[in-house]
Design a protein around this ligand. Structure first.
Ligand code: GSH
Length: 205
């Protein structure tokens, strides 16, 4: 089987993909990068990801960048883990919507809130519309549970769940009861616990 290597810094957005790899359950290697030492700006890494950002995933000869794309790729590539909604299943549309909603709406809404612009752009100019609508839509989606797609835990939960976890940790998102309950359910997943323990070890080394 083609080898999986995660280009990773801990803790960072690449921790999301480490969680995903733990959910998939296939063996993988870590290529550790120190962001503070600028490893991500070195020419050998820019050849992997010209954006100079983590995560990146190498799978055999394929390189995937962008955290949500990596989660989508892994879920489709390793269907035995049942972390995707396959092509042909009518639920796939909603599943894909959530995979894109994380980086496309939640993340920019959070960062715009953290770093406000001098002049607020018109709602129609912002892909996410406005912060409060994003929050309402996500709160409604996770309220019923246990997961975004109902009983099935998917890659979309890794992406959206990580956004909510980090957002609340850094006080960029409100601690809505729907969010805390959902994030609490995710925190019991052994794969997430393993990923966090391994990241703690890495950060301490
Ligand atoms: N759009 C990228 C963002 C990745 C990103 O911003 N990663 C940060 C770590 S949290 C990074 O590599 N920062 C180093 C830098 O920009 O110099 C994704 O979602 O994967």
């Amino acid at each position: 089987m083609a080898k999986l290597t995660l280009y990773h810094a801990a803790p960072s957005r690449s921790s999301v993909t480490r969680w995903m790899l733990e959910e998939v359950g296939e063996p993988y290697d870590i290529h550790f990068l120190s962001l503070s030492k600028g490893d991500n700006r070195a020419s050998d890494y820019l050849a992997v990801n010209p954006m100079g950002k983590v995560p990146a995933l190498r799978h055999g000869d394929v390189v995937i960048t962008e955290g949500a794309a990596i989660c989508t790729y892994l879920a489709d590539e390793f269907p035995r883990a049942k972390l995707n909604v396959p092509i042909g299943d009518p639920r796939r549309g909603v599943y894909l919507k959530w995979l894109f909603f994380g980086p496309g709406c939640i993340e920019p809404a959070m960062t715009d809130r953290a770093f406000p612009r001098k002049e607020e752009p018109r709602r129609g100019m912002l892909g996410y519309g406005d912060f409060d609508s994003v929050i309402e839509v996500v709160a409604k989606a996770v309220a019923k549970g246990p997961y975004l797609m109902g009983e099935q835990f998917t890659a979309a939960d890794v992406v959206i769940g990580s956004g909510l976890r980090w957002g609340m940790l850094f006080k960029l998102l409100p601690e809505r009861p729907e969010f805390t309950a959902y994030v609490g359910r995710l925190a019991t997943r052994p794969a997430l616990q393993r990923a966090e323990d391994k990241d703690k070890e890495l950060a301490a080394a």
